[in-house]
Design a binder for this molecule. Structure first.
Ligand SMILES: [Zn+2]
Ligand SMILES: [Zn+2]
Length: 344
């Protein structure tokens, strides 16, 4: 087998593409060749937030699509050659949340430890149990969800994080109703997915809010009907800063719902005027990846993409080889980049 490579955060602020060792999958696990991986803001968050709870060394990347190359013992639903999207928000099946029938709130997604190593033999921690900035990775079978043949990997990978997070924040977390007025603060890949979700939900008005003109233009292409502030039934803070959170709250009409999606830097705070919150009967929700469940949601999102209901192709603004990872990370957040997709 050819030598494997991966983008490794070996210690604080130290990132490099290096040779890695990928072991064969154990019971209930699958070995996946990564065909495409989106470069998500959360990977930058892992670097900037000192590993973001992942023990060093860390294998970056968590928005991947690929092909199953081999399966471990007890894997029955997947076979070599299957095309899959990797999911980071799977359910364990036996925690308190899972036991009470809420797998979407599971906080203990299964992992496949002890399969990925650096050249020096130290064990890698794959970001969000996936590790997709690599030629191969190993994940639990539940984290590999089959996708239809017609969907190219470079589009399919976006379902694994940005699209599942954005669309499901609308449909699952906030449960936007047909005819609702929606505002989206922050129009990167997740924000554009929120806009698409709002369009699918039948929102009557979709306001895009972003400091970048290019992003507002993109937002219109994906379904935004207006740009700028105005009263809404649902506001989505895709940024997660004090200013955006407080702006989102201020936009809510009576009975409105603010949903926090964006990851905030450590220590970030925001203030809430309680009498105003009370008189508005406002609700504040946290969307953890849109509360998506890969096994249920990925096939549906893939079908919508094939049906033309969900525009994935338009979100892939750059394709690059794995060794262009640094530039890809540097341009996360640039106005003209929705998603860079690396093809290892
Ligand atoms: Zn669970
Ligand atoms: Zn992500």
């Amino acid at each position: 087998m050819a030598v494997d490579h991966g983008v490794v955060l070996s210690s604080r602020d130290s990132v490099a593409l290096e040779e890695i060792r990928v072991e064969q999958p154990g019971p209930g696990e699958v070995l996946v060749r990564i065909d495409a991986t989106g470069v998500c803001h959360s990977d930058l968050h892992v670097i900037e937030e000192d590993g973001w709870h992942h023990p060093y060394p860390v294998l970056l990347g968590h928005e991947g699509a690929g092909t199953i190359e081999s399966i471990g013992a007890d894997v029955t639903a997947l076979a070599a050659g299957d095309r899959v999207v990797l999911g980071w928000k799977t359910a364990c099946g036996d925690c308190v949340m899972c036991a009470r029938g809420e797998p979407r709130r599971c906080k203990r997604p299964p992992a496949a430890p002890g399969r990925l190593f650096r050249g020096d033999g130290s064990e890698l921690t794959p970001v969000l149990r996936t590790g997709t900035f690599a030629t191969h990775t190993v994940v639990p079978q539940v984290a590999a969800v089959k996708i239809p043949a017609g969907l190219p990997a470079e589009q399919a990978c976006l379902i694994g994080c940005a699209v599942a997070t954005g669309v499901m924040s609308v449909l699952e977390t906030a449960q936007v109703w047909a005819g609702a007025r929606v505002a989206v603060i922050g129009c990167g890949a997740v924000g554009l997915s929120v806009i698409q979700g709002a369009r699918i939900a039948g929102a009557s008005q979709i306001r895009a809010i972003d400091l970048d003109e290019q992003r507002l233009e993109q937002a219109r292409r994906f379904g935004a009907t207006d740009v700028g502030e105005g009263p809404v039934d649902f506001a989505f803070d895709v940024v997660g800063r004090q200013a955006t959170f407080e702006l989102g709250l201020s936009l809510l009409a009576s009975g409105g719902t603010l949903t926090l999606i964006g990851l905030s830097p450590a220590g970030e705070t925001a203030s809430v005027e309680l009498p105003r919150l009370f008189s508005k009967r406002a609700r504040i929700l946290v969307s953890h990846g849109g509360d998506h469940l890969p096994a249920e949601d990925f096939p549906k999102l893939a079908r919508w993409a094939l049906d033309g209901k969900l525009d994935l192709a338009g979100m892939v603004t750059r394709l690059a080889p794995l060794d262009a990872w640094r530039e890809a990370l540097d341009t996360v957040g640039a106005g003209d980049v929705v998603r860079t997709v690396l093809t290892p």
